[in-house]
Design a protein around this ligand. Structure first.
Ligand code: ZN
Length: 152
């Protein structure tokens, strides 16, 4: 496994729409492993492929320690409720924004075996799913934040 360099806000890569994954090759599996290592090393709860410079529809999420969700070609299929809270991004270190998100989200995705599955998350997991899926369409939380905070 290898730790990858995280692209920062301002880089055009983060504004591109990512391409779907047609075939889960060994390279894609290595990318997933490297993304998990990179996310953990940066103490993040989620990371999307464009954040490591790869324009493919792939994200990893680990809200609960040890429970990693690998999302390949994710699609939000249901959402409900609303929550407002602080959100950050590994590509925008030291900053947070107040962002409204659904309280509950269901996403359909493939895992590394190519199996389609559904994941329903509430609260922080719902927020992470929305945040990472937005990345795959070139959208950033700062586009929808209502306030911005800078860490001391
Ligand atoms: Zn992010």
């Amino acid at each position: 496994m290898a730790k990858l360099k995280i692209v920062k806000f301002g880089d055009e890569t983060l504004r591109r729409v990512c391409r779907p994954v047609d075939e889960i090759t060994p390279r894609i599996k290595t990318l997933l492993d490297d993304m998990i290592e990179t996310m953990r090393a940066a103490n993040g709860v989620g990371l999307a492929a464009p954040q490591v410079g790869i324009l493919r529809r792939i994200a990893v999420i680990e809200v609960e320690e040890g429970v990693v969700h690998e999302l390949i070609n994710p699609k939000i299929i249901a959402y409900s409720g609303e929550q407002e809270g602080n959100e950050g991004c590994l590509s925008n270190p030291g900053k947070y924004g107040k962002v409204k998100r659904p309280m509950c989200v269901t996403v359909r995705a493939q895992n590394r075996k190519g199996e389609t599955y559904e994941l329903t998350g509430k609260e922080l997991l719902a927020r992470a799913i929305m945040h990472e899926c937005d990345h795959l369409d070139g959208k950033l939380y700062t586009d929808i934040q209502t306030e911005e905070y800078v860490e001391d």
